[in-house]
Design a protein around this ligand. Structure first.
Ligand code: NAD
Length: 468
C-alpha cells in the first residue's frame, strides 16, 4: 500500500476515465513487443500482459465459453450464457481458441468426483486465449456438510488458487460460491459469474465471491446497472476514490463526491466531470453521516449506495509509533466509517436495498511492516463488514469490502523505484492494478443484481503473494 499521506494533493489523472484504454507501466510496455519481449523471454524475466479491461462496447469475453460439468446445473448455466448471446460450447473442440472455461461443480459430493471435471478443464487450458477466464461455480462448505462433501467443496478453493498462479498472459481463475439454491436461478451468482468473465475483474485473480440466491429479478441493464441510483463516494477528489466516482457514474449512478475542504478544487473537477455534486466534508466530523444523508436527500430525495473509500496512512514501526499517527489512522479509516454506518442504519431514507462498500487493504489481511496502525484499521473494516451485514439484511441491504493490493496511484508512484518495482511484480499478474480495477469491483457490489452478495471481502490484488 501507500507509504504515507503527508504530501499535498497531486494532480487528478484524467487518463483514468472509465472505458478508456490505459497504459501499462513502462516495464510491461517494454516486454510486450519486439526486442523487449525476446530479451525478457531469454532472461526469464517477468512478462506481465496488458490486461483486458472493461469496455461497454467490447464483447464480454474474447472467444467461445466452454461450460464443463455433468449435472442439470451446468446445462442451466450454459443456457444463461446463451441468453447473454455468448458462443457456448459443452465439449472441447480441437483447435478452437477459448475466451473462458466455466466449471460447474455445484453437485460435487466427494473428492473423487472432482477428478473428471478438473481433467476436462486441464485438457482445454492450452486452448485459452490471452486474457481468458476460468471460473468455477461450487457450493459453500458448511459445518453441517458430511466431511467428504465439505472436503470436496473446499478442495475447489485450492484448485482455483493454484490454477490462478499457473495461468499466464492476463488470464485469471476465480470462483463463484453458492450459499444456497441453484446457480442459474440465482441472479447474484450469475452477476458474479458475469463480473469474473468480464474485463471488470481484470486485476481480480484467485478469488471467490459467495452469493445467496437473492437478487433483483428485474431484467438487468448490464450497461447501466446503476441507472437511477444515488451514490456517495468518500475521498473522491483523487486516486482510487475519483476512479470509483467515475465508474459508478459510467454505470448510471448520480454521484455525490465527498472529500476534505483542502481538496475542494480537485473534488469540484471530479464532480463536474461526472455531472454529480461535490460535498466538502471531513469524514471524522461526528455529524458526517447525517451531513451526507441531508445532502443526498435534499438534492436527490434518496441515497442508495455509500462507498467508504477515504483513507490515510501514517507509517511507522510499532516500536516508534506515537499517538498522533495511531489515532489519526484509526479515526479516518475505521471509526468514521463505524459512525457513518450507524447514522445510515438509523435513518429510514437509507433503508431499502441500501449498499455499503468499504475499501480495506491486503495489508489488513496479511499485515505489513511499519503499518500496524493502518493494518489495524483495514482489518477492523473486515470485522465491521461481517457484523454489519446482518443489520442491513432485513431491509435487503448489503455491505461488502474490497481489499486492494498494489494499485498505481500518486501515492505508490512516490515509493522508491526498486521497492516499487518489486512490490508491483509480487502477484500472479506481475503488475500493479489501476484505480479503476478497484472501482469495477465496487460497482459490481453496488449492482441490483448482486443483492445476494453480502459480507464478502474481495481482494483486488492480482493474487498478491502475501496473505491468502
Ligand atoms: P489517496 O491518498 O490518493 O486518496 C485518498 C483521498 O481521501 C484523498 O483525496 C483525501 O483527501 C481523502 N481523505 C483523507 N482523509 C479524509 C477525511 N478525513 N475526510 C474526507 N476525505 C479524506 O489514496 P488512494 O491511494 O486513492 O487510496 C484510497 C483508498 O484505498 C484508501 O482507503 C486506501 O487505504 C485504500 N488502498 C489503497 C491502495 C493503493 O495501493 N493505493 C492499496 C490498498 C488500499
Amino acid at each position: 500500500m501507500t507509504p504515507n499521506n503527508k504530501s499535498p494533493h497531486g494532480k487528478t489523472s484524467h487518463s483514468t476515465t472509465a472505458g478508456a484504454r490505459e497504459k501499462a507501466d513502462k516495464y510491461t510496455e517494454f516486454v510486450s513487443a519486439g526486442l523487449g519481449r525476446d530479451l525478457a523471454k531469454r532472461l526469464g524475466l517477468p512478462q506481465p500482459a496488458i490486461l483486458r479491461r472493461y469496455n461497454p462496447q467490447a464483447p464480454l469475453v474474447e472467444g467461445p465459453i466452454l461450460v464443463l460439468g455433468q449435472g442439470s446445473g451446468a446445462d442451466a448455466v450454459a443456457q444463461v450464457l446463451l441468453d447473454w448471446h455468448q458462443d457456448v460450447r459443452r465439449h472441447a473442440t480441437p483447435k478452437t481458441k477459448l475466451g473462458a472455461i466455466v466449471a460447474v461443480l455445484d453437485d460435487v459430493q466427494n473428492p473423487g468426483e472432482l477428478s473428471e471435471p478438473m481433467l476436462a478443464v486441464a485438457g482445454s487450458l492450452r486452448d485459452l486465449n490471452k486474457n481468458a477466464r476460468v471460473v468455477s461455480i461450487s457450493r459453500l462448505a458448511a459445518p453441517d456438510d458430511a466431511p467428504e462433501t465439505a472436503a470436496a467443496r473446499n478442495a475447489v478453493d485450492g484448485i482455483v488458487r493454484s490454477l490462478a498462479k499457473e495461468l499466464r498472459a492476463g488470464a485469471t481463475a476465480n470462483g463463484v460460491v453458492l450459499e444456497n439454491g441453484i446457480a442459474a436461478d440465482s441472479p447474484s451468482a450469475m452477476a458474479a459469474l458475469r463480473f469474473f468473465l468480464s474485463g471488470r475483474s481484470a486485476f481480480v485473480d484467485g478469488q471467490f465471491l459467495s452469493a445467496a440466491s437473492e437478487g433483483s429479478r428485474q431484467a438487468p441493464n448490464w450497461e447501466k446497472p446503476l441507472e437511477g441510483n444515488i451514490a456517495v463516494v468518500t475521498g473522491a477528489a483523487r486516486g482510487i476514490g475519483a476512479a470509483i466516482a467515475r465508474t459508478l457514474a459510467r454505470d448510471g449512478a448520480t454521484v455525490v463526491a465527498v472529500d476534505i475542504p483542502a481538496a475542494g478544487d480537485h473534488l469540484a473537477e471530479v464532480a463536474n466531470e461526472i455531472h454529480g455534486t461535490a460535498l466538502q466534508l471531513d469524514i471524522t466530523n461526528p455529524e458526517a453521516g447525517n451531513r451526507i444523508l441531508e445532502h443526498a436527500m435534499s438534492r436527490y430525495g434518496r441515497l442508495d449506495i455509500v462507498v467508504h473509500n477515504a483513507g490515510i496512512t501514517r507509517d511507522k514501526l510499532l516500536a516508534n509509533m506515537d499517538a498522533a499517527r495511531w489515532d489519526s489512522v484509526v479515526a479516518v479509516n475505521l471509526e468514521a466509517q463505524l459512525r457513518m454506518n450507524k447514522a445510515l442504519l438509523a435513518n429510514t431514507c437509507f433503508a431499502d436495498n441500501g449498499r455499503i462498500i468499504s475499501v480495506s487493504s491486503t495489508s489488513g489481511i496479511a499485515g505489513n511492516r511499519g503499518q500496524s496502525n493502518y493494518a489495524a484499521s483495514k482489518a477492523g473494516i473486515i470485522g465491521m463488514v461481517k457484523s454489519t451485514a446482518p443489520l442491513l439484511a432485513p431491509s435487503g441491504g448489503t455491505v461488502n469490502a474490497v481489499a486492494p493490493g498494489f494499485i498505481e496511484t500518486a501515492m505508490t508512484a512516490k515509493i522508491p523505484f526498486a521497492t516499487r518495482e518489486v512490490a508491483r511484480r509480487l502477484n500472479s499478474l506481475q503488475q500493479g492494478g489501476k484505480p479503476r480495477d478497484v472501482a469495477e469491483a465496487i460497482a459490481f457490489f453496488a449492482q441490483p443484481q448482486a443483492a445476494g452478495v453480502t459480507a464478502n471481502i474481495l481482494r483486488v490484488c492480482g493474487q498478491n503473494l502475501v496473505g491468502q
